[in-house]
Design a protein around this ligand. Structure first.
Ligand code: NAG
Length: 459
């Protein structure tokens, strides 16, 4: 007989005494324990003693985070252990058997309840076995898929961090019956989770913490083990698909203010607004429509859209004024006063001020003074005419005729000049309005950008 064969046969030889061979089977242990199906009472020998239930959790993945319903689908590996005082056996009698797996039907189970759960876990894998030990310790380890409500704050979307809370506790038993305690502290839970966590979708795990808490309801004290799951969104897809295109469109819209042909500019701007509204549609699909609206949707997009519409209105106004200048209509005085004096000064529109001064001078002083001079000259001549006689009469008549012709030409020239000035007034006002819209646009957009970036960084 080879030594190997002896080694293989050794257990058979050692336990080949009828009693012990029989005691090595699981059935024998079960028979000794004398278990009944589905016990309903807490397994303690003295009802005044408290059962301590240890919980542990490892977050495996976040399956889904529904922004609109404010729910999270979470997959966890769950562990729960407690002592059943009626279970005990001597391992020496049963061939050293210290633990075994038995159908969960035979044991009392703490009524674990997850307070945030909103759907029963029909989709969880069903593992119907408990691990029992000779000293009465029962371990229920199972993977659980749970749907929990999760208060989501999306104000800083897409740079938001979320916290989901899982509160485990007994629903009926008070602390005098069952106390739930975390098996591992936060650092261990965190480490375990980091080892197995798989990132699904656009969420990154930050940390998992655990704490124990008790609370009093209607004079009864209950206790809970609370797990906080901290996650943050990976913003890259939103930056690429949303923020950068929006910034480009806004930038294009601002640059388009420098297109000199106003009608072409109008068409260009309307195209940009169309592009922006397509972007808004995409954004609407992506954005969570919770009660606290994200800043990106409300402030940024709305104000950018408003500024685009405002600049289109500005372009239309400018275009209208250009057309008015062609029809040689007179600029209303209040517009002239408001725009040429105040707005031009505020916007540092030097060209306009100079032009305005010139027009004021010409309109106010020149024609009247010239007319006065002319009329006085005429009077002098008339007076002289009385004194002079005969020979020069013919020439005087000719000169008079000449004078009247010159005056007429002067009047015509004056009229043409006024017309030209009115036209240039319209043009200047158009330019000032255009400048106003541009300044307003630039100011508002840079303000929003600053606010957004500050909030995203500081929040
Ligand atoms: C957490 O538990 C581990 C192991 O039980 C221990 O080494 C560690 O010091 C604990 N950490 C804290 C913060 O208590």
């Amino acid at each position: 007989m080879s030594p190997h064969l002896v080694l293989l046969l050794l257990p058979v030889i050692v336990f080949d005494t009828g009693q012990c061979q029989f005691a090595c089977s699981f059935q024998n242990v079960l028979k000794t324990l004398n278990l009944s199906r589905a016990p309903s009472l807490r397994p303690v020998k003295d009802w005044r003693s408290t059962s301590i239930v240890y919980l542990d959790l490892t977050l495996y993945t976040i399956v889904d985070l529904d922004m609109n319903k404010q729910t999270a689908v979470i997959f966890i590996w769950f562990y729960m252990s407690w002592i059943d005082e009626f279970i005990s056996w001597n391992p020496d009698v049963f061939c050293g058997l210290k633990k075994m797996f038995v159908s969960s039907d035979y044991f009392w189970t703490p009524d674990l309840y997850i307070y945030e759960m909103i759907e029963s876990d029909d989709n969880s894998p069903n593992i119907p076995y408990y691990r029992i030990s000779y000293n009465g310790k029962i371990v229920n380890a199972m993977p659980v898929r749970i749907v929990v409500s999760c208060k989501l704050n999306v104000f800083t979307f897409p740079f938001d961090n979320q916290t989901c809370t899982l509160s485990f506790g007994s629903y009926v038993y008070t602390v005098s019956d069952i106390v739930m305690l975390p098996k591992s502290n936060s650092s261990v839970v965190n480490k375990n989770t980091w080892d197995v966590f798989t990132s699904k979708g656009d969420w990154v795990l930050q940390a998992v913490t655990v704490q124990e808490k008790s609370f009093v309801t209607e004079g009864e004290e209950y206790n809970q083990v609370i797990y906080n799951i901290y996650i943050s969104r990976t913003p890259m897809i939103y930056i690429l698909n949303l923020i950068i295109p929006a910034c480009f469109l806004v930038f294009l819209d601002i640059v388009s203010m420098f297109i000199q042909s106003y009608s072409e500019r109008l068409g260009f701007k309307i195209t940009i607004v169309l592009g922006f509204s397509v972007l808004l549609l995409i954004l609407n699909d992506m954005l969570p429509s919770s009660d606290n609206t994200p800043m990106l949707g409300t402030i940024f997009c709305c104000i950018c859209m408003a500024m685009m519409v405002l600049s289109i209105l500005g372009s239309i106004t400018t275009l209208y004024m250009m057309e008015q200048s062609n029809t040689s209509a007179i600029l209303p005085l209040w517009i002239k006063k408001a725009v040429l004096t105040y707005l031009a000064r505020i916007l540092c529109f030097k060209k306009a001020i100079r032009a305005e001064l010139v027009t004021l001078v010409t309109i106010d002083n020149e024609p009247e003074s010239v007319k006065k001079v002319v009329t006085s000259e005429e009077k002098n001549r008339k007076e002289k005419k009385h004194f002079e006689k005969g020979t020069y009469l013919q020439e005087v008549k000719l000169l008079k005729k000449l004078l009247s012709q010159i005056l007429k030409i002067r009047d015509d020239l004056n009229f043409a000049k006024e017309e030209r000035e009115a036209k240039s007034d319209w043009l200047i006002v158009a330019q000032i309005v255009d400048r106003l819209v541009l300044v307003l646009y630039l100011f508002t957009v840079s303000l929003i950008f600053t606010i957004m970036i500050c909030v995203w960084i500081l929040w």
